[in-house]
Design a protein around this ligand. Structure first.
Ligand SMILES: Nc1nc2c(ncn2[C@@H]2O[C@H](COP(=O)(O)OP(=O)(O)OP(=O)(O)O)[C@@H](O)[C@H]2O)c(=O)[nH]1
Ligand SMILES: [Mg+2]
Length: 455
């Protein structure tokens, strides 16, 4: 696809720094840059070979305002696949703004957010998962996040998605050929083999789906709620984990009302923490709102740190909370607090994951961190394997699995291949969508090239 306009943008942060970089992409990128830049070697930029940098001066309304370097890239050998120029000037806010304005005066448009990567994707320079990973590389806050995003950017996820896509495309093509030309013996896939191969595809997709547990925990963070009865030490746990006095701690039950948030790293896993009001029936109108907010936060959580006061025996209210927590289908870590006061044994063997700590004395932080990392990464992350790193990729994968299962069900219940193909096409579109591949034309091409129909 050809974009009509040439766009420019400041690619470094807007602020004071040593160097700023302005990027241009589009058919006129080099021509427009020539209007604001005079190379010291006297050559016009049109004479500079691709991927070469030249030193020179930047001109604004006829006057030289700075000196710097311009690198020229010619289509298709550039990030976007179009002609590009990268202008490096000194990192002043005024100088970079004036150069950008000169480019716009000379015919460039201001680029929209993400436009360079969007053009790279549309021009076939990048797959969708690689493009998405670029944002994750920029946003990464842990080495793990950087490595997972780096893997996706290098095409780890693309390779798997493409291989699943190709396999399914072949299956559909085989089935269609059989449906359209049953007498010509053109299918090389029997119904049983078709079923087996769908099952194998589901297995591969499930592996991807499961990878999201780690991918999401590392790259997006885990919505974690600290909940429990009043005064058990939830805010103390919050403060111990964040290492800051974020939440107010008092001996008065019902201290926390608003949801207090914070963020920590447990190894490579990011926890997005919410400290909440203690859950109890109350007549205090403000506290009641706090309790409602606590329950709402709990409903959206992906991990619960359920705090209990180990120095007290669980009463009826505690038991109600325990029963409620056991019904959740997200991981719950029982945090038995105040173990400096002794006790806490009553909570053993209730939850799968239990830690005994003393938030007041800062004891038990590592236990919680270790357990959390273990829960979401299985202990060690295999960076060589593809990981789903965002909800969109996960949704496409789930759609793929569901559609494959529907196709399998159809075949199992004795339906014909064309009924199954309906679901398989849906699955193909899902896996294609995962990485932004085209669908329909490919199936058609596959049928005609592989099976030579029309002979
Ligand atoms: N001995 C002891 N006291 C603790 C510990 N952790 C918290 N406390 C005390 O327990 C009381 C309540 O602590 P908070 O952290 O405010 O408890 P909370 O669960 O957030 O309370 P609400 O917000 O009112 O629901 C305070 O007096 C804390 O000092 C602990 O590990 N040991
Ligand atoms: Mg509190």
């Amino acid at each position: 696809m050809k974009f009509e306009n040439t766009v420019a943008a400041l690619s470094t942060p807007y602020g004071r720094g040593a160097i700023a970089m302005i990027r241009m992409t589009g058919e006129d990128a080099i021509k427009i840059t020539s209007a604001v830049f005079r190379a010291k070697n006297g050559k016009d930029l049109s004479e500079i070979p691709s991927s070469y940098a030249v030193y020179g001066e930047f001109v604004y309304q006829g006057d030289v305002i700075d000196d710097g370097i311009v690198t020229v890239y010619r289509a298709p050998k550039s990030y976007t696949g179009e002609d590009m120029a990268e202008l490096c000037c000194h990192g002043g806010m005024l100088v970079s703004s004036l150069i950008l304005r000169s480019l716009v005066d000379a015919g460039a448009a201001y680029a929209e957010g993400g436009e360079f990567t969007k053009r790279a994707f549309i021009n076939g320079k990048l797959r969708l998962t690689s493009a998405e990973a670029i944002m994750d590389i920029i946003d990464a806050e842990s080495v793990g996040a950087l490595k997972l995003a780096g893997g996706a950017n290098r095409g780890l996820l693309s390779e798997t998605a493409e291989s699943i896509y190709n396999e399914l495309k072949h299956l559909i093509a085989s089935a269609y050929a059989y449906i359209d030309y049953p007498d010509e013996d053109m299918t090389d896939v029997s119904v049983n083999e078709l079923k087996d191969r769908i099952k194998a595809l589901i297995g591969r997709a499930k592996e991807l789906k499961d990878s999201y547990k780690t991918g999401s925990a590392v790259c997006e963070g885990v919505r974690t709620v600290i909940c429990g009865r009043p005064n058990v030490g939830k805010s103390s746990v919050m403060n111990m984990l964040t290492g800051e006095q974020t939440a107010i701690v008092t001996e008065i039950p019902g201290t926390t009302r608003d949801v207090v948030t914070g963020s920590i790293l447990c190894g490579q896993v990011r926890l997005k923490l919410s400290d909440t009001a203690g859950i109890r029936d109350t007549t205090d109108a403000v506290e009641e709102i706090g309790v409602a907010k606590a329950k709402e936060t709990l409903n959206k959580a992906q991990l619960v740190l359920a705090v209990f006061d180990g120095a007290r025996q669980p009463d009826e209210e505690e038991q109600k909370l325990i029963d409620g927590l056991k019904k959740l289908n997200i991981p719950v870590i029982a945090v038995i607090n105040k173990n400096d006061l002794g006790g806490g044994e009553a909570y053993d063997n209730i939850f799968t994951h239990t830690v005994h700590i003393s938030a007041k004395n800062g004891k038990g932080k590592e236990q919680i961190e270790r357990l959390t990392e273990e829960l979401f990464t299985g202990g060690e992350i295999d960076y060589g394997k593809p990981h789903l790193i965002n909800g969109r990729q996960y949704a496409q994968t789930v759609r793929f699995i569901d559609s494959c299962k529907a196709a399998l069900d159809a075949l199992e219940s004795g339906q014909t291949q064309d009924v199954a193909c309906f679901d398989l096409e849906e699955a193909l579109s899902a896996i294609a969508g995962l990485d932004g591949l085209e669908v329909k034309d490919d199936i058609i091409n596959e049928i005609f090239s592989k099976f030579c129909v029309g002979k």
